[in-house]
Design a protein. Structure first.
Length: 258
């Protein structure tokens, strides 16, 4: 095993690390949450990462997105992410899919992967992806709302049926119920109450990209990062929990779980 992953091997064991190297993960959405999730997965040794995002880097991304730098402004997020992730592990296969997810392409975009991480902020796109993942029997980790919150200690994980307080999670559950999906989605959410005063009345350019305009939510630098890293943690647990050694590694990981 390469020296770059020796510390990970000490924690998880050789068999679990080999399993990660042979694993495939799709990350839908490369914003504040998805960008951090992608980097964490590659730094853990995941061997194949599929990046799904149609958007480009904008100034409004700079306060919270790991891909947002001056020299990346205006570039496609999938291209910026590929360059960064290849610097971390040149052997990782980066599969770029610069598309907006909807019902017509969700099946194709997640075909063949072991785990799906949903870091999408569009409700319709999010629901299309989650329904397809459940229909296909995929292991899936979905991030709920990270905006308008400030307390990282209020982040929780669980099945989506167990999520509470988070307004986005409530909306997603209702939409999923209409499609007869009630459970089977691992969820990262916050139990911190949303301060409606943090919602901006000013619509930014991003709000008009796909579908109707929606108000901008205030955000702090570290909250999307926390959501993304916890989502990566959940994905790693799912990937390595397949052998005896993997289950032992999961026990080590769970000791510090949220």
């Amino acid at each position: 095993m390469e020296k770059r992953f020796t510390r990970t091997e000490l924690l998880l064991g050789k068999e679990a690390l080999n399993r990660l190297a042979a694993s495939t993960v799709a990350i839908a959405g490369l914003g504040g949450v998805g960008g951090y999730a992608a980097e964490a997965l590659v730094r853990c040794g995941v061997g194949y990462v599929r990046l799904i995002d149609f958007d480009q880097i904008k100034y409004s991304n700079f306060n919270r997105q790991i891909l947002a730098l001056e020299d990346s402004l205006g570039k496609r997020k999938v291209d910026v992410a590929e360059m960064r992730l290849k610097q971390i592990n040149p052997d990782c296969i980066i599969d770029k899919r610069p598309f907006f997810i909807d019902q017509s392409n969700a099946a194709e975009l997640i075909d063949g992967v072991d785990v799906v991480i949903d870091a999408i902020d569009s409700v319709s796109s999010k629901v299309s992806l989650l329904v397809q993942a459940v229909t296909d029997g995929k292991l899936v980790v979905s991030s709920m709302g990270a905006a308008a919150r400030m307390d990282p200690l209020q982040v929780r994980t669980g099945d989506i049926s167990e999520s509470r307080i988070c307004p986005l999670a409530r909306i997603i559950r209702k939409r999923l119920h209409r499609r007869n999906v009630y459970t089977g989605i691992r969820c990262v959410y916050s139990v911190e109450a949303v301060d409606t005063a943090k919602v901006s009345e000013m619509d930014d350019e991003e709000s008009f990209q796909r579908g109707r305009a929606r108000p901008s939510l205030g955000s702090i630098s570290y909250m999307p990062a926390v959501f993304g890293l916890v989502a990566a943690h959940e994905a790693i647990r799912l990937l390595v929990d397949r052998t005896g050694e993997g289950r032992e590694a999961v026990t080590n990981l769970a000791a510090g779980s949220f």
